[in-house]
Design a protein around this ligand. Structure first.
Ligand code: PRE
Length: 508
């Protein structure tokens, strides 16, 4: 019989072998660094899938008995570390002037989990320091944003045909001491339009703004066959100023590329989409808020609306592919976009008094790890009085006034569950405050099931009348309508989570 080792003996063997492994590991990593230097000089990517495949196959075939799968797992990890080591000290990031609220670092961190982790930061640079930063700054790859997309072209050694044609660069990569400029916004916006299923071919389009983003949008629309693209600028240099828009009310597609309506200055829009009788699709390159005032208005007019999140994620993926010199799976796009949308958006619960908004809200908050905001509690706090007291002292109008102030104060909230009072829908202004970052959920409960005690409005007018009056409002406002007829909060919460889950509704 084979002699068995004691724990101590086996550990001594492990310690001895670990010394050897460590020494070999050091030599392997040093060789990887050498390869990295060579690759840098020759402009080759760090990740070479064929080489890794060849190594994995060899390790699989040569592994000691029963250890093939372990050897493969070990070498997968080893080569991941090797790539990380080769990339050490390489900095990537977003270059711009004011970047406080950018989603890019978070998106690139997530893209890293779909490929390999890379160091992505924020570079806020003033115009007078731009040249020095581009030419001599410590970076390997950059995304470029407002106001530098056109300026950086001056320092590029080579500019891709796409970026040259558009006249704007949003991605810079350093290779062999040279600076290469690309435009991945094109890829990002094209993806957004293609996935929207908007019929661009033969359509008249109107684009608000004339900066770098506008040029990209125009190129995409033209490439997709738009019959006419009207660019609106404040100074009218593009051939159309805001006063001239009335000659283009026959547009079918509208795209905003201006910063009007962007956080923190939200609630504004450069045009009223409702005045375009043929308008069907409205795009905004802004993603914060998730729905600009323009998109909120367009949605109220039953147009199809798309925010800038898909474009942002798609351009980031295309840029990361250039940074890393490798493909990143397509599935990363939808996954990251959905994650961000879910993380940032509020769930705004609307419906008749007593339909279960607060209880369902609390359960949802718990299930989703989000904070619950109860508008009625905020109203009580603001007034320093109970809701029946506000009604008896100031009437419904007084109450609605406070409610509107509270809705307005919630405009910039993100990632919360907001339970609203039943009559929130009676003031159109509240929609615009709540829908900017909110997915509106109408909880519909049978009238006979609604309680009336302690609810001033419900006691004075018949519930059926209120319901009849408000139903079209709830339905007009909501993104999701859900029945609450089971008396099981969990059932309602689960079906809502199901609707919002993978394969659920697509919305912004
Ligand atoms: C190495 C690392 C990354 C590449 O994707 C392939 C292999 C490795 O660690 O084995 C080395 C290397 O950079 C190379 O052979 O090209």
């Amino acid at each position: 019989m084979e002699k068995r080792m004691t724990i101590e003996e086996a550990r001594a063997v492990i310690n001895q072998q670990d010394e050897k492994i460590l020494e070999a590991f050091g030599k392997r990593m040093a060789a990887a660094r050498e390869i990295a230097r060579n690759k840098e000089e020759q402009g080759l990517p760090i990740y070479i899938p064929e080489r890794e495949q060849e190594i994995l196959q060899r390790m699989h075939d040569r592994a000691p008995d029963g250890l093939a799968d372990y050897a493969v797992a070990l070498y997968e990890k080893l080569m991941e570390l090797s790539r990380q080591y080769q990339r050490e000290g390489k900095k990537y990031g977003l270059l711009g002037r004011k970047l406080g609220h950018s989603f890019s670092p978070e998106i690139h961190r997530m893209l890293g989990t779909w490929s390999e982790a890379y160091d992505y930061g924020i570079f806020q640079v003033e115009p007078e320091n731009l040249e020095e930063f581009i030419l001599h700054g410590d970076w390997a790859g950059l995304n470029v944003t407002i106001p530098y997309k056109e300026m950086v072209m001056a320092w590029c050694d080579e500019i891709s045909p796409e970026a040259t044609r558009i006249g704007a660069v949003n991605t810079l990569v350093r290779r062999q001491g040279k600076i290469y400029g690309y435009n991945t916004d094109y890829t990002g916006f094209r993806k957004t339009v293609e996935e929207s299923h908007a019929t661009v071919d033969g359509a008249k389009c109107i684009v608000l703004g004339s900066g770098g983003a506008s040029k990209t949008v125009v190129a995409v629309l033209k490439d997709l066959g738009a019959s006419e693209v009207v660019v609106v600028s404040r100074d009218g240099k593009t051939g159309c100023d805001y006063a001239g828009i009335s000659s283009h009310y026959d547009a079918r597609i509208l795209v905003n590329t201006t910063p009007v309506g962007m956080y923190p200055d939200t609630g504004k829009s450069a045009v009223y989409p409702g005045t375009f009788p043929k308008l069907e699709w409205v795009f905004d390159v802004i993603y914060n808020p998730l729905r600009t005032n323009l998109l909120c208005q367009a949605k109220r007019s039953d147009m199809q609306v798309f925010n800038g999140l898909k474009m942002l994620v798609a351009q980031a993926r295309a840029s990361a592919e250039l940074f890393l010199g490798r493909e990143i799976p397509k599935e990363a796009l939808q996954n990251i976009e959905r994650k961000l949308q879910r993380e940032k958006e509020n769930l705004v619960l609307i419906g008749m008094p007593g339909c279960g908004k607060s209880t369902i809200g609390a359960a949802l908050a718990e299930a989703m790890g989000k904070e619950l905001i109860d508008m009625d509690s905020l109203i009580t706090e603001r007034a320093g009085k109970s809701i029946p007291e506000i009604f008896s002292e100031r009437g419904e109008e007084g109450f609605r006034q406070i409610e509107m102030e509270v809705a307005e104060s919630l405009r910039h909230e993100t990632g919360k569950i907001i339970a609203c009072g039943g009559g929130v829908v009676t003031r159109e202004e509240n929609y615009y405050a709540l829908a900017e970052n909110g997915l509106l959920v109408f909880i519909d409960r049978a009238i006979g099931e609604l309680p009336t005690d302690g609810r001033p409005i419900s006691q004075t007018v018949s519930l059926a009348k209120i319901y009849a009056r408000r139903l079209p409002l709830y339905q007009g406002w909501c993104d999701i309508q859900i029945k609450n007829d089971t008396d099981s909060v969990t059932a309602v919460v689960n079906s809502l989570l199901h609707i919002m889950g993978e394969g659920g509704i697509d919305h912004v």
